[in-house]
Design a protein around this ligand. Structure first.
Ligand code: AMP
Length: 423
């Protein structure tokens, strides 16, 4: 136990972390361009927030939450997603008093006690955005195009965008009634979970993954069949915006977000080549949610993308992640005096912004040179006793192999200039 991590969690090791840094860089860049500011909320919240804000009939809340009582006997849950947290922060900090809409993004760990398999973890990471305060279909189209733009910048191929509209508080009951009357004579053939959903939340039956439920819901009335005029017009506008900027989509009538406060647009992005867990992101509009958690009636929309699955898809597609961990200068030294000189020089170089390293393992000079090579080092400084006596060191340009003797009192400036030239 001591040396094994909890099931469903991952160590992101130094060799891997550059991929995360790369993604985080792209996230920051795209959010800057689209005008989204970062928000950071706590990793745990009062359980009630998720019961209300995600919904107590969802698998995520019903079966997968990490819930515990703290020492003050409050029920606390690790966040299984961040939309509810952002909405809570919006209400608690009165962000509705700011110019609207408020556009925010987040990136961080989420926790779900899920059945672990490739692409499904118990601690995983999401990048997500939320836009609070606008009903405009241009916002729906903006968040969708932004998600697709993000995948495109990473170079991902063969991804599909599925969209649907689940209607509003006016047209949802119409669909619910039609669906229930269609399913009424078939309830016994549904899976156990869907049988319990029949009364509580029948729409969720439409996206159940069980074969029998899928079969039964194939002919079931869809949400788009029941849209009111306003919702139908909203959906048409969203599609028109997507068409105008050339974002391809598939209208998927089975795609639902089964909570009462999810409204209008729902979407999901699939990658075709990552196996069973093919969803690499999804989102939708939730015009009733802010009110549900105690705020003023405010529309909202957002999405969340799974970072582990995006990295897995990039790897499968053979996409490159930029290299990290390059060294500008390695200072190889032999003997105490040279070691002291090397320590001073590495300190100075780092303070001037170079990535510099010395030997910390008492290696031979030859082994130090080998070590420097591993890091794709630009320059190696060789400092032996002889060099110290001469007051000069040998600097080797690792690309060309050329060597030059440089006086110690000018070596810092020499290296700064040399590295500056190759950057
Ligand atoms: P959701 O919040 O369920 O709509 O999920 C949004 C995205 O997060 C999904 O498309 C996945 O890419 C990712 N995701 C959800 N659950 C997990 C999980 N247990 N492990 C890894 N990624 C996940």
């Amino acid at each position: 136990m001591l040396t094994s991590r909890p099931k469903g969690t991952n160590d992101i090791l130094p060799g891997e972390v550059r991929k995360w840094h790369y993604l985080e860089g792209v996230i920051r860049e795209i959010c800057r361009e689209y005008g989204y500011s970062e928000v950071r909320t706590p990793i745990f919240e009062h359980t009630e927030l998720f019961l209300r804000g995600v919904g107590d009939t969802t698998d995520v809340v019903e079966k997968e939450m990490y819930t515990f009582e703290d020492k003050g006997r409050r029920s606390i849950s690790l966040r299984p997603e961040q939309t509810a947290c952002v909405v809570r922060a919006y209400v608690e900090n009165k962000l509705y008093a700011l110019p609207q809409p408020v556009k925010v993004y987040y990136a961080g760990p989420m926790f779900r006690y899920a059945n672990v398999q490739a692409g499904r973890y118990r601690q995983f990471h999401q990048f997500g955005v939320e836009v609070l305060g606008s009903k405009d279909p241009a916002v729906d189209a903006e968040v969708i195009t932004m998600a697709m733009d993000f995948y495109q910048r990473l170079g991902l191929r063969d991804i599909e965008l599925h969209i649907n509209s689940v209607g509003c508080r006016k047209c949802r009951p119409v669909h619910r009634e039609k669906l229930q009357s269609y399913l009424a004579s078939r309830v016994k053939s549904l899976c156990k979970l869907c049988q319990s959903r029949f009364d509580r939340n029948p729409m969720r039956i439409l996206d159940c993954k069980e074969d029998t439920c899928r079969e039964l819901s194939r002919e079931a009335p869809t949400t788009t069949d029941c849209l009111c005029e306003e919702c139908a017009a909203h959906f048409e506008k969203v599609k028109k915006y997507l068409d105008d900027v050339g974002v391809n989509y598939i209208v998927d009538n089975r795609l639902v977000r089964g909570l009462d406060y999810y409204t209008n647009t729902a979407f999901e992005i699939m990658a075709s080549d990552i196996g069973a867990q093919s969803s690499i992101g999804g989102g939708g509009r939730y015009d009733g949610l802010i009110e549900e958690v105690g705020g003023p009636a405010t529309p909202g929309i957002g999405y969340a993308l799974g970072i582990e699955r995006i990295i897995a898809t990039m790897e499968r597609q053979g996409l490159e992640f930029p290299a990290e961990g390059r060294l500008d200068v390695f200072i190889a030294s032999l003997g105490d005096k040279a070691g002291q000189e090397a320590f001073k020089l590495v300190y100075d170089l780092r303070r001037d912004g170079l990535a510099a390293e010395i030997d910390l393992m008492g290696r031979s000079l030859k082994a130090q040179m080998k070590f420097a090579n591993k890091f794709d080092t630009s320059y190696t400084v060789i400092l032996g006793e002889e060099e110290i006596e001469k007051g000069a060191a040998v600097v080797r340009d690792m690309k060309s192999g050329e060597q030059q003797e440089v006086p110690l009192d000018g070596i810092k400036d020499y290296l700064l200039k040399a590295v500056g030239e190759i950057i």
